[in-house]
Write a protein that binds this ligand. Structure first.
Ligand code: FAD
Length: 383
């Protein structure tokens, strides 16, 4: 293969975007995907009742980066979508992030009024305040509010917080730890919040629809790719490959688990069809105190499909730590110890200039869809 050849390993949103950007930049791209389909953690399925579901849980597109949105819009149309999440605690159901209405319902009008005055006094320039900031404030009522959030809501994201912080490391859950000073009941604040009209899967398939892209499904890349002992070169079918190799799965297996396996977290999702128009009051309800089910999603509220008399709920169990398990990894478990292992692998990656780890598992940090695409854009620009 010549120097304008590239390889992409893993066809989630990161791999699909990178493959397309490389093809647009004149590369001939071979893509290896272990599964029988593209999509990775954005894979979708159509239920027998016609409802389109996100198999690995709800993924909402949100960003402030217009160039990422422009890239995606080349492959399908979008509709504006404002994501609403409700928190269910005992007999109370309130908007999340907690807003003025949530505080009134949870604590009563007078206490909520006191909290709002204090929030505005201590954080005059802010609309949303995190549990971290509340805990660090000097005001007892606000500190108690921070503790309330940590004890009652963030139980959902235990072990998913960035080291030294109570805020979930994953941007997609960051607002679980926030209080909104107003009455905004939209989960995200980004200037662009939208969903693909036909779903994410056709969008990704359309990205790969390019004469310079060849896709190999059901192909474990590590059956074709290996890395020389001194880590300096990549071999494809035993022959040195000189072009860029974009690697999106976890890097531990690539290096034969030399520093140990990188733990990740995963959940089990089950689906339940119901014969009615809608079951819930919002697309997502989180139930952090429930030991069995911590999040319920009603897909039809996100897909906007016109299907009368049918709906589907997806139920997620609490996340569990997995080490070399045969489950699909959902997210890296970003503890200090695990980040230290990843850093050692990254030292090996540095020795191999053509190996480019991209995306949430390979770089071992939580990233949104938009951040994954942004990372691919930067990578291609730097070649
Ligand atoms: C619970 C949760 C909720 C989220 N919610 C949101 C949200 O609301 N909004 C948002 O923007 N983002 C969200 N995200 C983030 C988003 O889902 C991810 O950033 C994105 O899907 C990751 O894409 P990826 O391509 O990097 O990885 P993946 O989708 O994991 O793709 C990696 C691919 O590599 C393949 N692979 C693995 N090993 C091999 C191998 N040896 N050979 C070949 N192929 C291999 C896998 O089969 C897979 O297809 C969420 C993430 C999680 C975990």
């Amino acid at each position: 293969m010549g120097s304008k050849e590239a390889i992409v390993i893993g066809l989630g949103i990161t791999g699909c975007s990178a493959a397309r950007m490389l093809a647009d930049a004149g590369y001939s791209v071979s893509c290896f995907e272990r599964a029988s389909h593209v999509g990775g953690r954005l894979f979708e399925d159509i239920r027998a009742n016609g409802i389109r579901v996100q198999v690995y849980g709800p993924r909402i597109f949100h960003t402030d980066n217009e160039s990422v949105y422009r890239f995606l819009m080349r492959f399908g149309s979008f509709y504006p979508y404002r994501h609403r999440v409700l928190l269910s605690l005992g007999d109370k159901t309130v908007p999340l992030p907690l807003n003025a209405h949530s505080l009134e319902t949870l604590f009563g009008d007078n206490h909520a009024h006191q909290l709002l005055i204090r929030l505005q006094t201590y954080f005059p320039d802010k609309k949303r305040i995190s549990a971290d900031e509340l805990i660090r404030s000097k005001d007892k009522m606000l500190i108690d509010l921070g503790r309330y959030i940590i004890e009652n809501i963030l139980t959902l994201s235990v072990n998913r917080q960035a080291p030294g912080s109570f805020i979930p490391a994953d941007d997609s859950y960051k607002n679980d730890a926030m209080v909104d000073i107003g009455t905004d009941d939209c989960y995200y604040e980004d200037s662009i919040q939208a969903m693909p009209m036909q779903g994410f899967l056709p969008l990704m398939e359309s990205m790969l629809d390019h004469p310079a892209i060849t896709t190999y499904l059901n192909m474990d890349a590590l059956s074709r790719i290996s890395i020389l002992e001194n880590s300096s070169r990549i071999l494809l079918d035993g022959v040195p490959f000189n072009g860029p190799v974009i690697f999106t799965p976890s890097v531990d297996r690539l290096f034969n688990y030399r520093f140990g396996a990188l733990p990740y977290r995963a959940t089990k999702i089950t689906f339940q069809d119901a014969e009615r128009d809608f079951c819930n009051e919002s697309a997502v309800i989180v139930t952090p105190k429930d030991r069995e089910i911590v999040r319920i999603t009603e897909s039809k509220q996100i897909t906007l499909q016109d299907i009368d008399g049918h709906t589907t709920l997806s139920m997620e169990t609490p996340y569990q730590t997995m080490v070399r398990a045969h489950t699909e990894p959902f997210e890296p478990e970003m503890t200090e110890a695990n980040l230290a292992i990843q850093a050692k692998y990254m030292e090996l990656v540095k020795d191999c200039p053509t190996l480019i780890p991209l995306g949430r598992m390979a770089t071992y940090r939580n990233m949104s869809i938009a951040e994954s695409i942004e990372q691919a854009q930067k990578m291609v620009a730097s070649l």
